[in-house]
Each structure stands twice: as C-alpha cells, then as structure tokens.
Ligand binder design. Sequence first.
Ligand code: NDP
Length: 446
Amino acid sequence: MVDDLLGNILERVVARNPGEPEFHQAITEVLHTLQPLLERRPEYLDQRIVERVCEPDRQVLFRVVWQDDAGRVQVNRGLRVQFNSALGPYKGGLRFHPSVNLGIIKFLGFEQTFKNALTGLGMGGGKGGSDFDPKGRSDAEVMRFCQAFMTELVRHIGPHTDVPAGDIGVGGREIGYLFGQYKRLTNAYDSGVLTGKGVGWGGALGRTEATGFGAVFFLSHLLASRKRTLDGLTATVSGSGNVATYAVAKLEELGARVVAVSDSSGSVHDPAGIDLALLRQVKEVERARISEYAARRSGSTFLRGARPWAIPCDVALPCATQNELDESDARSLIANGCIAVVEGANMPSTAGAIELLRQAGVAFGPAKAANAGGVATSGLEMQQNASRQQWTFDQTVGRLAEIMQRIHDTCETTADEFGRPGDLLLGANIAGFRQVADAMLAHGVV
Ligand code: NDP
C-alpha cells in the first residue's frame, strides 16, 4: 500500500520534472528507502510531506554576462535552487562546471536538505552554480564572471536567508571574488553570507580540509564497527580537487596507503603511495592536469581516460562527481576484495553499483552522511562569524570529528531501528527525512 503510494508519487515527480535524470535518480534513491518510516508515520503521507520535499521552495535562473580578456562578451546561465528551509536558512554550495543544468542543481539541493539535517546544525538545503567553465580562464576572467554572477545572486541570499559555499570549480579564489562583489553591492560586511572564506577575513580554519577529513572520519567509524582500522590498508580515491586532496591527506595520516587519484582526463596509479606535497603543488598551486603528477613522480603511471576503480584496493573513496562508479566498477572493486566504499562526492555511485556492493557485503558510506563534514564545518564557520571569534584549527577539526561520529552513529542506530542493520543508506535517508518532515509538520501547511 505505502509502496504503491510512493510509486505514484515518484511517477508524478518524474513527469513534472522532465529531462532531469540526476534529479530523478536522487529522488528515487531516497523514496525507495522511506517505506518502513511511512508505515509507522502515516501523517507524513496525509500531509503530503513526501510531495512537498520533492518540490523546491524556489528556483532562480538568471543570465550572467561578462567580458573575457579579449574583450568578447560571454553569456552564461546562473542558477540558485532554494530547496527547503524547514530547519534553517538555505545552505549549499555553488558549482561552476560546463555540465551544470537545472536537473543537476536540483539533485544536489535535494540531497543537501537531508545532509544538512544530519549535521544537526539548523541549516536548510539549497544549491546553485553556473555552466561557466573556469578551466583555462585567467584570474581576471574568473573575477569578472564572479562579479557578474553575484550582481544577480545578491538579491536572493543573506545570512538569514541563503548562505552559499563552494563546490566543483568554486574554491577559495572564487568565494573571495563573490564576497568582494557582495560587499560592494550591499555596503555591508556580512561575513555570514558565504562560507569557505579566506582565513584572514572570516573563514574558519579547517573548512578547506573538512569534507575530505570528514569522509575519512566516517570511514574510520564504518571500519571500527567491523573491528577494523585504516592502518595498513590500501586506498583508491577519485578526483584530485578539494575533497579528494584532503581525503588523501587524512587517509595517509591514519596509516593507509593511497595508490590512486584522478581527474577528468584519467587516473594516476602510484603503488608507493601518493606524494601529497606533489599532488598539492600540481593541483592547488599550478592548477595543472593530474598527468603532470605522473610525469614528475617516478614509479607512477598515468592511465588516460580511466577511472581508478580497477586498481586493487581495500577501501575506495569516490571524490570527483556524480555517477562515476557504475556496476562494472563495483564488480572490479568486489573482485579485488574491496571492503568499504565511502562517498566523498555527491551521488558518485549509480543505483546498480550500490546494489552490487550491498549484495557483496561491502560496507557503504552514503554521500549525504559521509561528505556532510564540509557543510557541518560551514555551520561552524557561521557560528564563529556570529560570535566574532576564530577557533583554532584543532578546535574546529575536533568538532568536525565529533559531528562525523554522531552522523555515523545516527545512521547506524536508525538502520537498526528499522530492522536493516548495517544499511547506512537507509539509515541516513530516514534520519534526515524524519527531521525535515517533523519540522514541516510543525510549521503547518506552508
Ligand atoms: P573540485 O572542483 O575541487 O574537484 C573536482 C574534482 O573532480 C577534480 O579533480 C575534477 O577533475 C574531478 N571531476 C569533476 N568533474 C568530473 C567528471 N565529470 N569526470 C571525472 N572527474 C571529474 O570539487 P570538490 O572536490 O569540491 O567536489 C568534488 C565532489 O564532492 C563533488 O561531487 C561535490 O559536490 C562534492 N562535495 C564537495 C564539498 C566541498 O566542501 N567542496 C562538500 C560535499 C560534497 P577536472 O579538474 O579534470 O575537472
């Protein structure tokens, strides 16, 4: 009965949001795990909470016009989807990547709503971005684009309304330009309007590292519940951006050997273990391609066009983008004896891959729980801004570690509560949804 109702809801959501496969995928994944909760809490169905959480509060699409270094006029599209504010101001990153479209931003905003609920820090869910491609653009071009983007976005955000942050293609440089333009337009130093700021002007120490560190903290708890530690394990990581870099750093600190990283051009296999200093030099300082790492590091090889999942490992952390680990990748991981997959990126594993990993007994840390450390630390940055304080690196990372432990334990106990021990995907979805749904019920029909 509940299953039929959920099926009907899903059909209607897909029909009214055509051509948005990533959004359909994210909604399907969550709705498929809600049945046991809805059987116990029929008021969620009576009050049509499921339909309401699938419909964003607000979607803003806008033109972004700017001039490149040659004086040519460039036209991009900007987006901000304010998905759900039941638990607090909208909060979620901005993605600058040529693949960005409304469906991708909606999937990210939907996921963000439940992820933010799991942090327990009183944040709603939102996401935004643009199809602007920062690759190969000069600093001046990136600045002009960010200024043009903020000239429209400024009308929709604010410390108590909507607080954007970074995501793919948006790091410290972009947040700086966006903040500068916000300040110029509003004549207000609203530190709380963006997170991921520079440490000298309102940013929290530890925010840069937080998502990668948080994912590895989550992985440690996942392994601990199976009486294992990271020490001596071999890891593969995809991506070589913000999340991947600090996942590698924490994995190595905790005694794992990371043998692969990647970017969209291919993977590097480094059997001796990734040299973190070289990785940061190539990717953070020089903004070069990952093949450059292999060119400078003896004993490593560059696998053009390949994902890292065929390289044998004990634990795998997809930290690049959505749908980067499919069924054939899952089969390779299983065949090579991988014991845990933890998602640093958003929705990196396809539904088929997750099912294969589950059947094979591979421990699985779902994105909305495992990568929540970034937004949790953004919440800590907002606390520091509000109290005009700056905590030490160790204070912030200490709080992050506690939050990741709590998120892991919440997922685990929720999975137990609903008779699916070890199913942290179900645990994360139900725990996040329940919190949002209860707040929505309390707020009435709005
Ligand atoms: P970055 O832009 O810093 O790095 C992204 C990395 O992923 C790059 O190595 C990039 O390679 C690679 N990548 C991007 N698109 C593709 C693609 N289509 N195929 C293969 N590789 C790709 O982004 P982040 O590290 O910030 O984000 C990575 C993931 O983590 C995203 O899913 C994001 O939503 C998620 N996330 C990020 C958080 C954060 O705090 N930053 C918080 C929570 C989740 P290339 O340079 O070649 O494009």
